[in-house]
Design a binder for this molecule. Sequence first.
Ligand code: SF4
Ligand code: SF4
Length: 265
Amino acid sequence: MSRPKVAVHKFSSCDGCQLAFLNLGESLLQLSEQLEILHFLEAGMSEADAQVDIAFVEGSLSTPDELERIKQVRANSRFLVSIGACATSGGLQALRNLDGQHDAWRDAIYARPEFIQTLKDVKPIASVVDVDLELWGCPVSSPQIVAAVRSLLFGVAPVDDRDRVCLECKRQQAVCVMVTEGKPCMGPVTRTGCGALCPRFGRDCYGCYGPAETAQSDTLARRFAGLGLMPDAIARRFLLINSQAPSFLQTGRVFWHSGQEAEDD
Ligand code: SF4
Ligand code: SF4
């Protein structure tokens, strides 16, 4: 029986989620016996146009070329899995969407802006093509990837873990840093997948795994105000990494604008 074919594609990103593959170590060797990896530039395989069973896509869409390339990847793939904050919600590069000043930023950053072709708004993958599974996180974790691959290999629907980080804290018996230390923790609205990594080390979650299901972002933002955070600090909590996730974007914008109005007064 032929092994399922896999590709790992990179778009606008830092490569950190691809490292989650490379960091699999022994598990990657086992997987490579069960899979045929045709395209994964960071690991030395280069067949970008190959037809595959599973395409993993890292990164957001930030150039006209990428808009065309993702459509080709979709057409060549049976399952398309977007991995990481850039692919699922735009990532850090989508911060430029917030103020509508694309041209000003481009002209300020690049010595020869006339050679730079970028989209005015950075787009998550699912806003342009159908995505079969989204793995959130900045970066995603290696166990998430293994679990997704194994589910797809065995023909079962991968588990989409939308629990909150708070629940993971309870499972891991981590002391709540918001209750005990008044830290502005994003755990109540953030999906788990990281094993409550930050609270277990005594720091507040900053939301890198994106919104949990039915995230009560406005309520948490008001709690942050009660802890003494100014509006722009609250906005940064919600807009830093997953700014294009609707629940975070909506709340972040409200506090960002109210912070700017306060500065203008
Ligand atoms: S530390 Fe954060 S994630 Fe953990 S229980 Fe408290 S609020 Fe929730
Ligand atoms: S606790 Fe929050 S910030 Fe830390 S890894 Fe998990 S989701 Fe990301």
